[in-house]
Design a protein around this ligand. Structure first.
Ligand SMILES: CCCCCCCC(=O)SCCNC(=O)CCNC(=O)[C@H](O)C(C)(C)COP(=O)(O)OP(=O)(O)OC[C@H]1O[C@@H](n2cnc3c(N)ncnc32)[C@H](O)[C@@H]1OP(=O)(O)O
Length: 218
C-alpha cells in the first residue's frame, strides 16, 4: 500500500451526509429533502397499494402539473469535474443528489454512511421499488449499493478514482423492508489500482460480498 488511509482526505473531497448534517439543514435544502422523502413514499405506495383507477388518474394529473411547474425553472450549473465542487454547498449538492445516499434524490433508498476508523459503514432498507425476486432486493440494486459503498471507501486514500471492476457474490437473497447494514474498506493499493472489499448483512446473515478495483485518476 503506497498511500496511508486517512479519514481527513475523505472530507477534503466529499462530505458524508453525517458531516453535512452537523449543521441543521434548513431552507431550500430542507425543502428538497422533504420533497424527495414524500416522492419516495409515493413510489412505495405506487408499487404496493391496490389503488383504484380514478385515484391513480387524479394522482398522475397532480404530478403532471407539479412536473410542469418544477420544470419551468432554469437548470442549475452542470458539474463537469470533481474539482468544480470547490464550495461547501457544491460538496453538499454532490452528496444530496447522489442516487444511493442522496437525501434530496428520491431514487436513493437512501444509504446512510458513517466512517468508523478505516471502515466505512452503511445502513439502508430496500422498499418494494427495489424488488427483484418476490420479497427480495434486486441484484442490480445491491450492486449499486456496493459501487457507492466501495466508491466512498476508496476515496479514503485521497486518490479517488472510478470503478473499473465490481464483482458481487450473492450469498443469500436480501430481504426487502428490513434494516440492512454493510461495510467496506480498502484492502490494498497497487499503482493506480485501489482494491476494496465490502459486505452486506441482514442482522447476522451475510447476504452479499463485493470486490472492487478502482482506478485512480492519472
Ligand atoms: C466518492 C464517490 C462515490 C461514487 C462511486 C461511484 C463510482 C462509479 O460508479 S464510477 C462510474 C463507473 N465506472 C466507469 O464509468 C469507468 C469507465 N472506465 C474508464 O473510465 C476507464 O476504463 C478506467 C478509468 C477504469 C481505466 O482506464 P485507464 O485509466 O485508461 O486505464 P489503463 O491505463 O488502460 O490501465 C491502467 C491499469 O488498470 C488496469 N485496468 C484498466 N481498466 C480496468 C478495469 N476496468 N478493471 C480493472 N483493472 C483495469 C489495466 O490493466 C492497467 O493495469 P496495469 O498497469 O497493471 O497494466
Amino acid at each position: 500500500m503506497n498511500e496511508p488511509l486517512d479519514g481527513s482526505a475523505l472530507s477534503q473531497y466529499f462530505l458524508l451526509p453525517t458531516d453535512a448534517s452537523e449543521a441543521p439543514v434548513t431552507g431550500i435544502w430542507a425543502e428538497r429533502r422533504r420533497l424527495a422523502s414524500i416522492m419516495r413514499t409515493v413510489i412505495e405506495h405506487l408499487t404496493v397499494a391496490d389503488t383504484p383507477e380514478s385515484e391513480l388518474r387524479e394522482a398522475a394529473d397532480t404530478l403532471q402539473h407539479l412536473a410542469a411547474q418544477l420544470g419551468a425553472h432554469p437548470r442549475r450549473r452542470k458539474r463537469d469535474d470533481i474539482a468544480d465542487t470547490a464550495t461547501p454547498m457544491d460538496k453538499h449538492a454532490l452528496i444530496d443528489f447522489s442516487p444511493l445516499i442522496g437525501l434530496s434524490n428520491p431514487i436513493s433508498p437512501p444509504l446512510e454512511l458513517t466512517l468508523d476508523g478505516n471502515t466505512l459503514r452503511g445502513r439502508l432498507r430496500f422498499g418494494t421499488a427495489y424488488e427483484g425476486p418476490p420479497g427480495c432486493a434486486h441484484g442490480g440494486c445491491i450492486a449499486a449499493v456496493f459501487d457507492e459503498l466501495l466508491g466512498y471507501a476508496q476515496s479514503l486514500t485521497s486518490l479517488p478514482g472510478m470503478t473499473g471492476t465490481l464483482t458481487i457474490r450473492y450469498r443469500v437473497p436480501t430481504p426487502l423492508h428490513t434494516e440492512l447494514h454493510c461495510e467496506a474498506r480498502v484492502q490494498r493499493i497497487s499503482g493506480r489500482k485501489i482494491f476494496c472489499v465490502g459486505r452486506l448483512y441482514a442482522g447476522e446473515t451475510l447476504c452479499a460480498e463485493a470486490d472492487g478495483v478502482f482506478l485512480a485518476s492519472r
